[in-house]
Every structure is written in C-alpha cells, then in structure tokens.
Write a protein that binds this ligand. Structure first.
Ligand SMILES: Nc1ncnc2c1ncn2[C@@H]1O[C@H](COP(=O)(O)OP(=O)(O)O)[C@@H](O)[C@H]1O
Ligand SMILES: [Mg+2]
Length: 386
C-alpha cells in the first residue's frame, strides 16, 4: 500500500515486499527487453544479409520504422514498474526517440544480463538435481537449498534494477520538475494575487480612511477652539478629539502591519528593530550589517519576523525573545527564539503554514523547533543571490 513505484516498494518491510507483486512486475518489465533485442537482432541480420552498399542504405528507413515502435513499447511497459501517469511535455517525440535510442544501444542487453544472473542463477541451482543427477543427491540438495535462499536476494536485485531503469526512462520522458512546476507556479500566482491585494488595501487605508480621520481630528480641534473652556460641549469635544487621535494611531499600526514603510525605506535590519520595538515581550535584536537585500527576500523575511514575534506575544508566555539575522554564502538566515512554553505546531494554525507557502515562492525554507516546555526556535533561510 502506498508504494506507487517499484523503487518506492523497496523501502517496505521485507515480508510485505517479498509477498507483493513488485518483483514479478519487474521480471515482466525486464523480460520485455527481448522485444527490442529481437528487433535489433533482426535489423542487424537484414543489414548484414543485404551486404555493404545496400545494407547501409537500409539503416535509415529501418530506424525510422523501428524507433517509434520501440518508443511506444517503452512508454507502455513503464507502467509495470511505475504506473504514475506521465505528464504531458511539449517535446514528447524527441524524448521518446531518446528512450528508444537508449534501449536499442544499451538497456535491452543489460536487462537480459541482469535477468540471467539474478533469476537464472537461483533457478539453475534449484533445478540442478534434475539437470545434473550424476552429481549425487547431497550436492544436488545443497545446491537446491542455496537456490531457494537466493530467491529473496534476487527479488531485491531485480526490483532495484527494474525500478532504476524505470526511473531512467521516466527521467527522459518527463524531465525533473515537469510535475512540480505547476504547483510552484500556481503558488507564485497565489502570492502575487495576495501581494496585489495587500497593496490595494494599504493604499485604500492610507489615502482614504487615514485622510478622513486626520480631517475629522482637525475639525474637532477647530470646533474645540470655538467653544468656551467651561462648557459641557468642550468636555465632549475633548473626548471626541482624543478618540479620533487614538483611532488614527490604531489605523497607522494596522497600515504598518500590511506594509512597513520602514522596510521599504531603510531595509530589513531597521524594519526588524521596528517590529521588535513594538513587541510587548522584550526582544534583543542582532541584525546589523544586513545591508539591502532583494525586495522579495526582505518582504518575506519581514513577514516571518512579524508572525514569529506575534506568536511569541500571543502563545509563548515568554519573558524574552531574540531575533538574529545574518547573510552568509548568499543565504539570509533569520532566527527568532523565545524562552516560552514551546509546543508550537504549524498544523494548529494558519500563520506558520502561510509563511511556508510564501517561502516556497522565494525558494526558502522554514523550520520550527518547539519541544513541549520550550524553548521555541523559528528559523528561516532564503537564498538572496540576485
Ligand atoms: N512561540 C510559540 N510558543 C508556543 N506556542 C506557539 C508559538 N508559536 C506558535 N505556537 C503554537 O502553534 C500554533 C500554530 O501557530 P500559527 O501557525 O502561527 O497559528 P496562529 O494563527 O494560531 O498564530 C499556535 O496556535 C500556537 O498554539
Ligand atoms: Mg500565528
């Protein structure tokens, strides 16, 4: 169960593997090589019989006939060891020809030699009492037992070769990444869409709501000047003015969460010190000498620090936290530690998994170490060679 290919099946426990169909499928897969083998033998025979000038002229049309057939055959029999559907690729013809050439020149005879040694050997040993009765019953019995003991070994060898051969064929038919590419790109699309939305919200808040609040606050201030100090209206206006100021401060905070002006203007180091300074838990920051990094790297790292420090404040119960950020060998490494209760589990929230998705886009990595009882370490690495 759960083994999609012969190679994956090898990692199973031996009893399960030996009882599975995979060794047999691999034998069937490799036995199939008699087909290209026979085609090659017939071709060589035909060219040889026709003699030098005509024979050489026969090579191109024969190849044109045989190569596509072998290519189809390889594609179909691959399902025996690797039934995962092949992704569509634009240059499929060229790739199939590659597989056919590989089969014709090398693989078919390697397959048959492998079969001969791994399966033929034990089978001959088992049959030796029958084939060589003159050797006597005792050597015959010993050979038979040895042959039976070799069978499980043969199952492993043959599955390893069958699986590896299948992996080679798949690698030629479907280049690495042709399956993963779409997922990555759709994630990139998602984050792009999020980024656009984030900028729109920031602009709306900044140009709309914030300007209105500023105007409201000013109007209230002016109205207050027109009212005598000891009237009840003055007190109410003072309160309203105060509330407007507070709403403005909260809105500015919100805008900063959506978009950090410090980050854009002064870079990651300054932005980290800025978030750390606003954290209710005291934070030590070591982020000097970062310099400016590519914008996507800075923004992603900033989100990681903001989220990690928000988590420290919300979940950890820590008394102190530390943020370190360094670049070395073209990689930015940021670590956020706290001395809190630990037990952070990405599966229980959306923050950490959301960060992991963002990181995938910049080819970064997020790791979390948070044993129950603490401490918690969130580490992120982002390649930043531009
Ligand atoms: N620094 C931390 N210390 C202890 N627990 C944490 C810490 N960070 C996260 N957690 C735990 O891990 C869960 C997942 O975190 P996260 O993905 O950020 O989700 P949330 O949206 O709840 O913050 C949190 O609900 C919390 O229980
Ligand atoms: Mg969180």
């Amino acid at each position: 169960m759960g083994n999609r290919t012969a190679l994956e099946a090898l990692t199973q426990r031996p009893p399960g593997f030996l009882r599975s169909a995979w060794p047999w499928r691999c034998v069937a897969y490799l036995v199939g090589s008699v087909v290209p083998g026979a085609a090659v033998a017939l071709g060589v025979l035909a060219v040889g019989l026709a003699g030098p000038p005509v024979g050489l002229l026969l090579v191109p049309p024969l190849s044109a006939l045989v190569v596509p057939l072998i290519a189809r055959f390889e594609r179909v029999r691959l399902r025996l060891v690797d039934p995962v559907p092949l992704p569509p690729v634009p240059d499929r013809r060229r790739r199939e020809i590659g597989v056919a050439v590989m089969t014709v020149f090398a693989m078919w005879w390697i397959d048959l030699v492998m079969l001969g040694f791994t399966v033929g050997g034990p089978v001959l040993l088992i049959l030796s009492p029958v084939v060589q009765p003159e050797a006597g019953p005792v050597p015959g019995a010993v050979a038979g037992v040895a042959g039976v003991l070799l069978l499980p070994v043969a199952a492993y060898t043959i599955t390893a070769w069958g699986g590896a051969r299948g992996a080679m064929v798949r690698a030629v038919l479907a280049p690495a990444g042709s399956e993963l590419g779409e997922v990555m790109r759709s994630r990139a699309r998602l984050v792009d869409a999020f980024e656009t939305e984030r900028r729109r919200i920031e602009r709306d808040l900044h140009d709309g709501a914030q300007q209105r609040l500023v105007a409201l606050s000013m109007t209230l201030g002016l109205a207050r000047l027109d009212v005598p100090d000891d009237s009840p209206t003055a007190r109410l206006l003072d309160v309203a003015h105060d509330e407007a100021r507070q709403a403005l401060a909260e809105l500015r905070e919100l805008i900063r969460g959506v978009h950090s002006q410090v980050l854009t203007d002064r870079g990651l180091g300054a932005a980290i010190r800025d978030v750390a300074g606003r954290s209710p838990v005291p934070v030590d920051v070591d982020a000097d000498e970062l310099g400016r990094l590519p914008a996507p790297v800075e923004v992603t790292a900033y989100y990681v620090v903001s989220e990690a420090l928000a988590n420290v404040a919300r979940h950890s119960g820590a008394t102190r936290a530390t943020v370190t950020a360094r670049t070395a060998a073209g990689t930015l490494a940021v670590e956020v530690r706290d001395d809190g209760v630990g037990g952070a589990d990405p599966a229980r929230g959306t923050g950490l998994t959301g960060l992991a998705d963002r990181l995938a886009v910049v080819a970064g990595r997020l790791s979390v170490s948070s044993p129950p009882g603490g401490p918690t370490l969130v580490r992120v690495e982002i390649p930043c060679a531009s």
